[in-house]
Design a protein around this ligand. Structure first.
Ligand SMILES: C[S@@+](CC[C@H](N)C(=O)[O-])C[C@H]1O[C@@H](n2cnc3c(N)ncnc32)[C@H](O)[C@@H]1O
Length: 270
């Protein structure tokens, strides 16, 4: 079988696309396709409705369980304190929220904020089964219009979610708005592996194994092919840093995970 072409961006491509993304606000990328913002939003909603029930299982299978380590490292980098109020944007089934709750404790509060009711229902069920249940709240809403007051959180985090938000810069602006001065943001997202040989192996795995498993477990090869493509069309760490700085964040740090398969960005609202 022919492998679908892998189209990793290089740094210049990404920078051009970043300014294009901001000037031509009516379109965005859905996998390799340029589509309207509305089409992407509708697709993302349908996608997570379809995968919600098997979302956690698929994450664990596809990453060989490594996503738990990535999430652990990401929440650690947020440097939360007991008593903090934290917003988990695009929080889905609540993995990051559960980790954050362990640090902020019963005196703090963690809110999972997600547009998809099916994902939230799975998350609520998972969280209610444990001791964190009553301290983690779930709220349905759009990352582009966060339904919380200005300066009301000590920290905001987004894990594998911002790629799905059509107006990504708007999502970051909203996270900036709801943070208190001195508040911290953490963004965990897939990226481009740095070593060429490792990247080739990852491409083979991505284009063959991931859609295959998607077909068998979720009943949709296409959904996972789209995931693979969307990772390749996503801005690179340098561009994400530039976007965060444009929004107003400072002290941006990045950390590569597993040769850059995923990258953590943190930044501060000054
Ligand atoms: C890949 S999942 C990530 C879930 C979780 N953060 C994790 O790390 O496992 C992406 C989540 O983003 C949510 N999402 C997509 N677009 C959104 C938007 N515009 N506003 C809020 N949530 C959104 C989806 O419903 C989905 O639950």
């Amino acid at each position: 079988m022919m492998m679908k072409e892998s189209k990793w961006l290089d740094q210049d491509d990404g920078l051009n696309r970043l300014s294009e993304h901001q000037s031509r606000r009516e379109t965005t990328y859905l996998g390799y396709r340029e589509v309207s913002m509305d089409e992407k939003a509708r697709y993302v909603l349908r996608h997570f409705n379809k995968v919600a029930r098997r979302y956690d299982l698929m994450n664990t299978l596809l990453s060989f369980g490594i996503h738990h380590l990535w999430k652990h490292t990401a929440v650690k980098m947020l440097e939360l304190n007991p008593g903090d109020r934290v917003l988990d944007v695009c929080g889905g089934t609540g993995d990051l929220a559960l980790l954050a709750h362990r640090v902020v404790g019963p005196g703090g509060q963690v809110i999972v904020y997600d547009i998809n009711r099916s994902m939230i229902d799975i998350g609520r069920h998972k969280v209610n089964g444990g001791a964190s249940g009553k301290h983690i709240r779930f709220v349905i809403g759009d990352a582009e219009h966060i339904s919380f007051a200005d300066k009301s959180f000590a920290a905001a985090m987004v894990g594998f979610g911002i790629r799905n938000v059509p107006r990504m810069d708007q999502g970051f602006k909203e996270m900036y708005r709801i943070l208190k001065p001195g508040g911290k943001i953490m963004c965990l997202e897939f990226s481009k592996p740095t070593a060429p040989l490792f990247r080739q192996l990852y491409d083979i795995y991505s284009f063959h194994v991931m859609p295959l498993l998607g077909g068998v477990i979720v009943g949709s090869r296409k959904a996972y092919m789209h995931l693979v493509e969307s990772i390749r069309m996503f801005v690179l760490p340098g561009e994400l840093t530039a976007m965060l700085e444009q929004v107003g964040f400072s002290q941006v740090t990045t950390r590569n995970l597993t040769n850059g398969i995923a990258v953590i960005h943190t930044a501060v609202k000054t």
